[in-house]
Write a protein that binds this ligand. Structure first.
Ligand SMILES: [Zn+2]
Length: 243
């Protein structure tokens, strides 16, 4: 049976307490980093920004279509005005003037059609602008919500980081007190195979690690063992520290 100074054995319980805290901090940080709420907010933000991009593209296309429609109306209006001027001047044969008048009639019909098309395109621009306004609002809202969640999480992570550093420092101090490589090595080995708990106090007749009652024979043997004997729980195998 390995031996270790009784005060070193008792200090091992302090090391366990620090390690348990460090494990908890690591776990909490991992949970925060993989927060499903933030992942969902991130996804909503990405989607809202993509919808805004689509709306922006449509508005640009609609505005280009409107400019083209306005240009087409203007072109016909210019031709009508030019023909009207020639008609008003009254120069040319009556046959020419009749032809001019006929062309003005045709062009006016064309202008009316083009103006209808222009109105349709104006409605398209209005719809696109409304979509852009709406999606811009949604994107800003999603981005803001994500930012709020991230700020809270980062604040909590920062607190945990501070707590972690303090615990690590405290653990190093405890480890320096123990100064027994064989005992610490046994503890670490047990910790790695026993859910992070390598040592436990003997609480009455119960193991503080697995919480099982020791049978009277084992208990008697533990009580009879030398003070510096490193005893183990017969049930779970953890180091048992007698107080
Ligand atoms: Zn046990």
């Amino acid at each position: 049976m390995p031996t270790a100074r009784p005060d070193h054995q008792r200090r091992l319980l302090d090391l366990q307490a620090r390690d348990t805290t460090i494990d908890r901090i690591r776990h909490q940080a991992a949970v925060l980093r993989s927060d499903p709420e933030i992942a969902a907010a991130q996804e909503r933000t990405t989607q809202a920004q993509a919808e805004r991009e689509t709306a922006q593209t449509e508005l640009t296309a609609a505005e280009e279509a409107l400019a083209a429609a306005e240009g087409a109306v203007e072109q016909v209006a210019t031709r009508i005005a030019r023909n009207q001027q020639r008609l008003d001047a009254g120069t040319g044969s009556s046959k020419d003037l009749t032809a001019l008048q006929h062309e003005i009639g045709t062009l006016s019909g064309r202008r009316s059609e083009l103006e209808d098309e222009e109105l349709t395109v104006m409605e398209r621009v209005e719809t696109a602008q409304a979509d852009l306004d709406r999606t811009t609002g949604s994107a800003a809202e999603a981005t803001g919500a994500l930012g709020d969640l991230t700020t809270v999480r980062d604040g909590r992570l920062s607190e945990l980081s501070g707590e972690f550093e303090r615990e690590k420092k405290a653990r190093a101090e405890v480890l320096a007190d123990i100064d027994d490589a064989a005992l610490v090595s046994l503890y670490e080995k047990l910790r790695s195979t026993h859910d992070g708990v390598g040592v436990a106090p003997l609480q009455g007749s119960r193991c503080g690690g697995c919480m099982l009652e020791l049978n009277p024979k084992d208990l008697a043997a533990i009580r009879a063992a030398a003070e510096d004997a490193v005893v183990r729980c017969e049930e779970c195998g953890r180091i048992l520290v007698r107080s």
